[in-house]
Ligand binder design. Structure first.
Ligand code: AMP
Length: 310
């Protein structure tokens, strides 16, 4: 495994790989790697000759009072995990490398507009400006053929798929299922902050989503009824949690759904245990009127014409 920390060296590596007609799979993370990240790496390995893993705790996606300073970091552990999982290049840029004028000196931002006005975007003002901007920088530096993101951060995945379309990146975005612990809790670098009692109750987010799936399978379509039932589950299973939001958004527009869910939708939940913020979601699609769950990879014909390399 090669370690690279400067954007210029990363570009030089990519240029040389391109000359050898190698395909590049890219996984962008903030480190403190867990099984969810490793699943993205594994998917990237299956489909590309080279896998680039970036680790960068991006300051611009954290708001004032959020956990940028105490976000878990362990580069030795991450390095060993990356090597063991077959990463070709570990790209660990410095803040100066990605923000040469400091994050305060960044003048141009990538704004995904109305895709970011609800759910996470509403609760974390400026978050998606930071995400979309750093992903754009990373895409320009790494120039991957395919980029792998987790459904765990579904609104982020939605923003990135649109960013690739609207800014004409020749990149195929692949969304991988959320990796979970046995009790359903979505894996997250932040889970280490939970006390044992909070950890037990944290499965409440996944149980609220399971309740939504049950209701949908039973024929319920009203978004507000589903949200209400999810809140009841959370209050019962996770009394220590403060619910930030439970919401249903149209997948394409990310606007809140009021009334019946008729099209692909994101059902999302965020809750805090003291200052530890957890999020989880389900994507629901309707096939012949029946609900199906999870991200659906676009068909080959949808990808044709986008300049994606086989
Ligand atoms: P992070 O390091 O938390 O910024 O996440 C980096 C990438 O890993 C993002 O695409 C996340 O959506 C993805 N990811 C994080 N947690 C999980 C998980 N539990 N399952 C699948 N993907 C995940």
């Amino acid at each position: 495994m090669q370690e690279i920390d400067s954007p210029a060296a990363m570009r030089a590596y990519v240029a040389s790989a391109r000359c050898q007609a190698k395909s590049i799979g890219f996984v962008a993370t903030m480190g403190y790697l867990h099984r969810g990240h490793l699943a993205l790496i594994e998917a990237a390995k299956q489909e590309n000759t080279i896998v680039v893993l970036s680790i960068f705790v991006n300051p611009t996606q954290f708001g004032a009072g959020e956990d940028f300073d105490r976000y878990p970091r362990d580069s030795d552990r991450d390095r060993a995990l990356a090597r063991d999982s077959g990463v070709s290049v570990l790209f660990m840029p410095s803040t100066h490398g990605l923000y040469p004028n400091g994050s305060g000196g960044q003048r141009v931002w990538v704004d995904a507009g109305t895709l970011t006005h609800h759910l996470e975007g509403a609760w974390r003002p400026g978050h998606f400006l930071g995400v979309a901007t750093v992903v754009t920088k990373l895409f320009n530096i790494v120039q991957p053929d395919r980029a792998y993101f987790g459904q765990k951060d579904a609104q982020q995945a939605r923003v990135v798929t649109q960013l690739v379309r609207d800014l004409a990146f020749p990149i195929e975005v692949k969304i991988q299922p959320t990796a979970r612990d046995d009790d359903g809790l979505a894996l997250s670098s932040r889970n280490i902050y939970l006390t044992p009692e909070e950890r037990k109750q944290a499965s409440g987010l996944a149980r609220a989503l399971a309740c939504a799936r049950t209701l949908l399978s039973d024929g319920e379509r009203d978004a507000q009824s589903i949200e209400q039932a999810m809140r009841c589950v959370l209050v019962e299973v996770a009394p220590l949690a403060t619910i930030e939001y439970v919401g249903v958004a149209d997948w394409e527009s990310m606007h809140p759904v009021t009334g019946p869910i008729a099209r692909d939708a994101l059902i999302a939940v965020a809750a805090r245990f003291r200052s530890t913020r957890l999020i989880d979601n389900e994507i629901v699609r309707f096939v012949d009127g029946a609900p199906q769950y999870g991200w659906q990879t676009p068909s080959t014909s949808e990808l044709q014409g986008k300049g994606i390399r086989a």
